[in-house]
Design a protein around this ligand. Structure first.
Ligand code: ADP
Ligand code: MG
Length: 269
């Protein structure tokens, strides 16, 4: 499923435009990381894509279909979103109810609902918790349940909006493993909005935003080679990239081979 954002302008109020003449195309099956400092417009983009916000100018096409008030319901069946704070995503008395919530709204038959709950709870390793109260779960577990709920909707595109930013390193690692599985086994189109550059490195492509503009767009290796521009935009590069930059300064034997090897290690998926 592909996504086209074409000449989008958007302002929350008349003083400041968050996006002006913004263009972004995401191809079918692509995993794109969107990075940028706080306030650069990342969540605004996510909300425009699922029709929670309406552009002042420009068009959004989801799977070739123009997003309008008439098509927004249809689009939401194709695009799932997971937000930053798992606490705000819970409604049910049990984990099972939570995963079932969206399915009930879409009147999925009961047998199919049970199949999906079990399948997707299993995928995020939450099967033993189905009867538990979501309140009793850790942040990482809550976020995995939220992901199972979105996966159960079987949308073709999933947006993660800083889905790991509230989690500890273990929780973050588990979510990233789930995202990698989605990418490798299910051919979903994925947008991962993140502050974590190591996470961004797992994507096929990284889009770097600054004040609502795309300042870099390329493979992780291409984007991370612009270390100074990233740092100027408040995005500290990860340690292995710093190491690569250090190595580049020295005249050592087989330097290029070493640098290539370090890049490979950094971006191994
Ligand atoms: N509901 C809102 N009302 C007014 N301004 C907002 C609202 N939400 C976000 N903004 C402003 O829009 C800009 C982009 O915000 P956002 O898309 O949330 O950025 P990011 O997700 O990259 O941190 C920021 O300047 C922010 O203050
Ligand atoms: Mg945000």
């Amino acid at each position: 499923m592909n996504l086209v954002m074409e000449n989008i302008s958007f302002a929350y109020n008349s003083q400041t435009e968050v996006l002006s003449d913004f263009n972004l195309t995401i191809n079918d099956g692509e995993m794109v990381a969107i990075i940028g400092h706080n306030g650069s417009g990342k969540s605004t983009i996510a909300k425009l894509i699922i029709g929670l916000l309406k552009p002042d100018k420009g068009n959004i096409y989801v799977d070739g279909e123009l997003l309008t008030e008439d098509t927004v319901e249809k689009v939401r069946r194709k695009v799932g979103i997971i937000f930053q704070n798992p606490d705000n995503q819970f409604v049910g008395v049990t984990v099972k109810d939570d995963i079932a919530f969206g399915l009930e709204n879409h009147m999925i038959p009961r047998d199919e609902m049970i199949r999906r709950i079990n399948h997707y709870a299993g995928m995020v390793n939450m099967l033993p918790y189905l009867e538990k109260n979501p309140e009793q779960l850790s942040g990482g577990q809550k976020q995995r349940v939220a992901i199972a709920g979105v996966l159960a909707m079987e949308t073709e595109m999933i947006i993660f909006d800083e889905a790991t930013s509230m989690l500890d390193p273990l929780g973050t690692k588990q979510i990233n493993e789930t995202i990698s599985q989605l990418k490798n086994n299910q051919n979903k189109t994925l947008i991962n909005i993140t502050h974590n550059l190591e996470e961004a490195a797992l994507a096929d492509r990284i889009v770097v935003l600054s004040k609502g503009k795309i300042i870099l767009d390329g493979t992780p290796r291409e984007v991370f080679s612009h270390k100074d521009l990233l740092e100027a935009n408040g995005l500290g590069v990860i340690d292995s990239i710093k190491l690569i930059n250090e190595v580049q300064k020295y005249s050592i034997r087989r330097k290029q081979e070493l640098v290539d090897e370090l890049w490979k290690l950094t971006f191994e998926k």
